[in-house]
Each structure stands twice: as C-alpha cells, then as structure tokens.
Write a protein that binds this ligand. Structure first.
Ligand code: DC
Length: 225
C-alpha cells in the first residue's frame, strides 16, 4: 500500500483494547513508524519507583519527568526500545508494580506536559501510527485518521492476563480485571486529558474480531492525504 509521507494515525482506547498490537501491525502494513506513548509514562513511573519517589507527590514526580533524558526507538526486530539516561529499560516497563502506579503518575499535569511535547517532537519528522489515551484529542488533534478501540472488560482482562501469564506472572484473572477497572477509572476521570474518543474518531469494537480483521478495518479507513 502506498502511504503518504506525513500521514498521522491516532489510536486511543482503554487498557487491553489491543492498541499496541493493532498499532504496531498497522504501522508495518503501511510502512510507517510506530509509537506506543504508554511507554513514555511507564518510563517516568519506573524512574520514580527506582528513586523511591512517592507517586502521589506531584511536584517530585513532575521534576523526574522533566529531568530524565528519554528516547524511544525501534530495534532491528521492530520492537520498541526505551532508553532513559542512557540505560535500556524496555524489559522493565510492563511489570505489575508499574501497571499499578502508572495511571496515578500519568494523571499529573506536569508529567503530561513533558510527555506530550516529547511525543509531538517524535511525530513531527515522518509518517506515524501513535497509540495512547489522548492522541486524537490532545497530542495530534489534526491526525488524518483517529481510531478509538474498545472491547468489553472481560475480553480486555483476558488478553492482559494471558500476556502477564506468558511473562511468568502468577497474577489471577480477577486481580487483572480489578486492576484494569481501577486504571480505566483513573484514566477516564482525571482532569487533564481524560480518556475519551475524539469527536471525529471512528469507534472500533474489537470484541469478536481477530487482529487481522481489526487491522484490515482500519486500513480501509486510511484516507488519501
Ligand atoms: O497503554 P499503557 O497501558 O501502556 O499505558 C500506561 C498508562 O499510561 C495508562 O494507565 C494511561 C497512561 N497513558 C496516558 O495517560 N496517555 C497516553 N497517551 C498513553 C498512556
């Protein structure tokens, strides 16, 4: 498929809706870059936990977000690589501790300000598929295509549970479902850029769809820019 040089595609949605898997595959099909913005919030959260900073101390957390040198790239195999102050922290970012804390950290306005600036800088250089919670509403409001991915709580918890189990975690399905609902609540109720579809977003419910079906649905919506 011929893809315009500068196309911007925003994919937002709640935890476990499939944003990362779908976004990454879509970017591959279109031959454009991919950025999972959740990783940027996870990197700040990891740094706070490593430094023993209380995630509810908005001032201290904001200073961490401002002070770290964060870069997000792609490895030869197409996987994201997150470097903080010269250290590759990618493997650490999906831990249960970070899952538990990241929504509180990402609700802090100063953190969002720094991350949004960094995300826009990444998007400015070439065509991109960007996934997150506020991409269509805040980060790239002029994106050429905005998708809001959804799925039922049960489907999302099942996906996340399978992902964690594959990593060797012993966490139960019920604990995953509880954690997911609690993160949904924080992400949707926070004051600064809460999770919600942009007015011009296309809603895609992934409940009974395979990855390829979701990707094909989105590919058909990509406009000629
Ligand atoms: O997509 P994820 O689970 O990796 O995201 C981690 C957290 O970061 C999530 O709880 C909400 C937050 N987030 C955000 O507020 N805005 C984004 N653009 C991406 C993620």
């Amino acid at each position: 498929m011929k893809t315009p040089n500068r196309i911007q595609i925003a994919i937002d949605g709640p935890v476990g809706a499939g944003k990362t898997t779908v976004g990454r595959r879509l970017a591959q099909v279109l031959g454009v870059r991919f950025l999972d913005t959740g990783l940027t919030y996870r990197a700040v959260t990891r740094e706070c936990l490593a430094r023993g900073i209380d995630p509810s101390d908005a001032g201290a957390v904001g200073r961490v977000a401002l002070s770290i040198k964060l870069s997000v790239g792609i490895s030869d195999t197409g996987d994201p690589v997150v470097i903080v102050d010269g250290k590759d922290v990618t493997e650490e970012l999906r831990s249960v501790d970070i899952d538990r804390t990241v929504s509180a950290v990402s609700a802090i306005p100063a953190v969002r300000q720094h991350m949004v600036r960094a995300q826009r800088a990444i998007a400015s250089s070439s065509a991109i598929v960007m996934v997150g919670r506020d991409i269509g509403t805040v980060v790239l409001p002029g994106a050429h295509l905005k998708i809001f991915l959804t799925a039922s709580d049960a489907t999302r918890a099942r996906r996340r549970h399978a992902e964690l189990s594959a990593q060797g975690s012993k966490v139960t399905y019920d604990a995953v479902l509880d954690a997911l609902r609690s993160r949904d609540r924080i992400d949707s109720e926070r004051e600064t850029s809460p999770l919600r579809p942009a007015r011009d977003a296309r809603i895609v419910d992934t409940d009974n769809m395979s990855l390829e079906e979701v990707v094909n649905t989105i590919v058909r919506l990509v406009p000629a820019v």
